[in-house]
Design a protein around this ligand. Structure first.
Ligand code: NPW
Ligand code: K
Length: 504
C-alpha cells in the first residue's frame, strides 16, 4: 500500500534520501522537476503561455527548475519568484541562478510590491509558492497573490500541493487563501488532505509523480494512513483449488429486509453470492419469503415469525459469518434482536444500515459487538453513532476512535471510503466514481463483505478488498456506459469482471 506521510515525515524522508542514496537536494529538485515536465509536455503544446509563481522554499525551487526546463524546450514562460524576506533555501537559490542563465528569459524576483501581469484565459499557471513546508496560515501579500491566482480563468497546476493548503489538517485554515488548482501533481505520495471532500475544490484532479525517494526510508518512517491500489489486490490472485466444494467458501447468514425494503435484502444477498461465498441463508420477515425465493433463488430462505420485520435469531447452523442490517427498518424489537445476536454469535460479522441506526439508539450495544466485526456507516450513520460533525477530517477521527475503542473495523463510506482498523491504521480506497452514490450501492458493499469473510479472508483483507472491488466494478460499468445510469444491480453485474481484471 502507498503510505500517506505527514509533512514532517516527508521532510524526514527527503533528508534520509539525500543522505543515503546519496543525492543532493538540488539534484532531487531537478529530478522532481523533470518528472513534472515530462508529463506536462505530453499534455500542453509550445504555444501555451505559462506563468510560473515560485516561493522561497523547495516548492519554489521545483517551480524555477520547471520554468528553466520548459524554456529550454521552447515554451513561452514568465516566472515570478516571491522573496519578501530576502531568504531563499539553498536549492531555491541554486535553481534561481540556473534559470537566470537561460537565454530568452522573463524572470522577476518580487521583494515588495507585485503588479500582477494580465493572464490570458487559455494560459497555464504553475503554482510553486508553498508546498509541504507551509507552516502557518497565509496572510498579507501572499494571501493577495493567491486571491489573484484564484481570480483568473487560466488553468492552474499545483506542484506537490496547492499553495496555502496544509498537508494534513485544514480545519482551521482560511479557504480564501488557498490556491484553487485544476490539477495537482504530487511527489511520491498523496497528502492526507487530498482525501477530505472539503479540499476537492483546491486540489482538482491529482496524480502522483514518483521521484524515487528511498524505499528503505519509507519502510522505516511510520504512518497510520495508506492508499489502496491495484497492486495491493494480490491477495485474491490465488486460484481456487480444483477440489473446492461449496463448503470450502462458507455457509453464511444475512439478516435483512422488512416490508417495503426487500430490495436491500436481495441486493446484499446477490452481491454476497457474486463475491464467491459457498452457501447463503437469507433471514427475512414472512412478507419477504416469496420475494427472496424468486429474486435470489441461489439463497436459502429462513422466515421470521413476524410478518413485517426481523425479530428473531435462528442459529440453526454454525454460520461462517453473519451480516445484519440492510432494509431492517427501525422498530422496537430491533434492539433486542441485535442484543441476542451479539450474545449468541461471537465471530466477526458485518453490520450496516438500519442495524447501525438501532445501535445508535441503544449505544450499550456497541460494546457487545463481536471483536473484529465490520461496520459500514455512511457519514450520516457515523454521526448518529458518535457526535454531530459535517467536517470530513473530524468524521475520520471519530471513525478511528470508534474502531479503536470497540475493537472493530469501521468503513466510513464516501469518495475515498476509509477503512479504520482497530490498530488505528486507516486505508483509503482508490476505486469508484460519483455514479456509485446511488440507492443500494451500500447494500452491495455489505453483501461483498459477507461474501469475502465467508470465503475465509480475514476482516482486514475483506474490508480492503470489498471496497476496492466494489469501486472497480462500478468503474468497469462506467467505462462502457455512464455514471448517470449506474445502478446497484450494475455493480453486482460487474463484480465478476472486476475479479477477472485483478487476476489478469
Ligand atoms: N518530498 C520530497 O522529498 C521532495 C520535496 N520537494 C519539494 O519541496 C517542497 C517542500 O519544500 P520546503 O520544505 O522547502 O517548503 P516550502 O513548502 O517550499 O515552503 C517553505 C518556505 O515557505 C515559507 N512559509 C511557510 N509558510 C508560510 C506562510 N504561511 N507565509 C509565508 N511564508 C511561509 C517558509 O518560510 P519561513 O517559515 O522561514 O518564514 C519557507 O521559506 C515540497 O512541497 C516539494 O515541492 C522536491 O523538491 C524534492 C523532493
Ligand atoms: K504549490
Amino acid at each position: 500500500m502507498t503510505p500517506i506521510f505527514t509533512g514532517s515525515n516527508i521532510s524526514e524522508l527527503d533528508k534520509y534520501t539525500i543522505k543515503n542514496e546519496p543525492i543532493d537536494g538540488t539534484d532531487l529538485v531537478e529530478r522532481a522537476a523533470s518528472t513534472f515536465v515530462n508529463i506536462f509536455k505530453r499534455k500542453y503544446n509550445k504555444q501555451t503561455k505559462i506563468y510560473v509563481f515560485a516561493g522561497s522554499g523547495n516548492n519554489g525551487a521545483d517551480a524555477l527548475a520547471i520554468a528553466r526546463m520548459l524554456l529550454n524546450d521552447g515554451y513561452i514562460v514568465e516566472s515570478y519568484l516571491f522573496n519578501p524576506s530576502n531568504k531563499l533555501s539553498i536549492e531555491c537559490e541554486e535553481h534561481k541562478t540556473r534559470l537566470m542563465h537561460c537565454p530568452i528569459n522573463r524572470f522577476t524576483m518580487i521583494t515588495s510590491t507585485f503588479n500582477p501581469p494580465i493572464i490570458e484565459d487559455n494560459s497555464i499557471i504553475i503554482d510553486g509558492i508553498f508546498g509541504t513546508g507551509l507552516n502557518r496560515q497565509v496572510e498579507g501579500g501572499f494571501a493577495a497573490l493567491i486571491k489573484f491566482i484564484n481570480s483568473v480563468s487560466a488553468t492552474v497546476i499545483a506542484i506537490d500541493i496547492p499553495s496555502g493548503l496544509f498537508s494534513e489538517s485544514n480545519m482551521n485554515n482560511n479557504p480564501d487563501t488557498i490556491v484553487k488548482a485544476n490539477y495537482t501533481y504530487t511527489f511520491e505520495f498523496p497528502k492526507l488532505a487530498f482525501f477530505f471532500r472539503e479540499n476537492e475544490k483546491f486540489i482538482g484532479k491529482w496524480k502522483i509523480l514518483p521521484i524515487g525517494l528511498s524505499e528503505k526510508g519509507k519502510r522505516e518512517i511510520k504512518t497510520e494512513y495508506f492508499l489502496v491500489e491495484d497492486k495491493d489486490m494480490s491477495a485474491i490472485s490465488t486460484e481456487r483449488s480444483k477440489f473446492s466444494h461449496k463448503g470450502t467458501f462458507g455457509h453464511s447468514l444475512i439478516i435483512a429486509g422488512s416490508k417495503g425494503m426487500m430490495g436491500a435484502a436481495c441486493l446484499s444477498a446477490k452481491a454476497a453470492i457474486k463475491t464467491g461465498l459457498g452457501k447463503l441463508t437469507l433471514h427475512v420477515p414472512s412478507c419477504g419469503y416469496t420475494i427472496a425465493q424468486t429474486v435470489v433463488p441461489e439463497a436459502m430462505c429462513q422466515v421470521d415469525t413476524d410478518e413485517l420485520f426481523n425479530t428473531e435469531i435462528n442459529l440453526d447452523k454454525d454460520y461462517t459469518t453473519i451480516g445484519v442490517g440492510p432494509g431492517l427498518g427501525n422498530y422496537p424489537e430491533g434492539a433486542r434482536m441485535l442484543e441476542t445476536l451479539f450474545e449468541k454469535y461471537r465471530k466477526p460479522m458485518v453490520i450496516d444500515a438500519d442495524a447501525l441506526n438501532i445501535i445508535a439508539n441503544n449505544r450499550d450495544l456497541l460494546r457487545k459487538i463481536p471483536k473484529d466485526s465490520i461496520l459500514t456507516p455512511h457519514p450520516g450513520e457515523l454521526e448518529r453513532l458518535t457526535t454531530f460533525s459535517t467536517n470530513s477530517e473530524e468524521q475520520i477521527i471519530q471513525a478511528q476512535n470508534l474502531a479503536y475503542k470497540y475493537n472493530i473495523y469501521v468503513i466510513l463510506k464516501g469518495a475515498y471510503s476509509a477503512t479504520c482498523m482497530p490498530s488505528g491504521h486507516v486505508t483509503f480506497n482508490s476505486t469508484g466514481n460519483p455514479g456509485m452514490a446511488t440507492g443500494g450501492s451500500g447494500d452491495v458493499l455489505f453483501g461483498m463483505l459477507v461474501g469475502l469473510l465467508s470465503c475465509g479472508y480475514n476482516p482486514s483483507t475483506a474490508a480492503i478488498m470489498a471496497n476496492y472491488i466494489h469501486g472497480l466494478a462500478g468503474d468497469i460499468y462506467v467505462a462502457k456506459e455512464s455514471e448517470e445510469s449506474l445502478s446497484a444491480s450494475d455493480i453486482i453485474d460487474h463484480i465478476g469482471l472486476a475479479f477477472r481484471q485483478l487476476r489478469d
